[in-house]
Write a protein that binds this ligand. Sequence first.
Ligand SMILES: [Zn+2]
Length: 304
Amino acid sequence: MKRKEPMRFIDPHIHCISRTTDDYEALAAAGVVAVIEPAFWQGQPRTEAGSFKDYFAMLVGWERFRASQFGIRHYCAIGLNSKEANNPKLAEAVIDMLPLFLGKEGVVALGEIGYDDQTEIEDKYFRVQLELAKEVDLPVMVHTPHRDKKQGTTRSMDVIEEHGIAPGRVVIDHNNEETVQEVLDRGFWAAFTIYPKTKMGNERMVEVVKKFGTERIIVDSSADWGVSDPLAVPKTARLMLERGITPKDVETVTYSNALAAYGQSGQIKEEHWADAPGIDQRDLFAGNSVLRGQDPRVGGGIIE
Ligand SMILES: [Zn+2]
């Protein structure tokens, strides 16, 4: 399908520190203008609280800079993930350091938090962090469990309501056809992660939009260190257009809704990319560059 204006996208859930500069270049070429990187676990559990501190500092610091060097605006969500909440000694220390990071520039939500195995201790730290989100007045990004998803999703929303957080301030992520109706009925944002082969594929996402419409529906990649596709958002958009969904509706679920949901933080705004100066890879972050001795790109060209 030909359009005069190139489409632009936001991927509101992607773990960029696990991705390469090739991915950033591909994202920018595909029209992704901004990404949101929620704090999560790293494939193996951290053993020291200090590892979280450096990780959070990287999300608000180096990674934000690294993305900018490839023309992508980078935002993040800060929180204690459900999996590592199961280590009580670490969990307490991480909770204590969260307020320091939640107030940093570019932090658009508290997240991703919620349930993994739905243990008692996960429940405890989910609730502690919901209270913290109220205190710092940030939206919340909720990770729903991959096992017992339906029940875990319902339980997450019950707990959020119990803590008096407005559903319009909360994005429930990793939905599927089984969970979406209830999430929408209860007034929450419903995000869908597009996995390359299993779980939600992009064909299924087309059907979800055809059936449920576009209101409060958000598409993301959740690309990380595992088998995943950082281009899931633009690829799904393309398939939607091919299947007859209007460009306006595609834009709603791959751009505007994410901006509206996380824009409630006051930290992510369209003018950040609309009025942004071009790329200048001569820039440094704390004295360090992304170039590794290569020629810098400035604007569209390469300076030799
Ligand atoms: Zn994630």
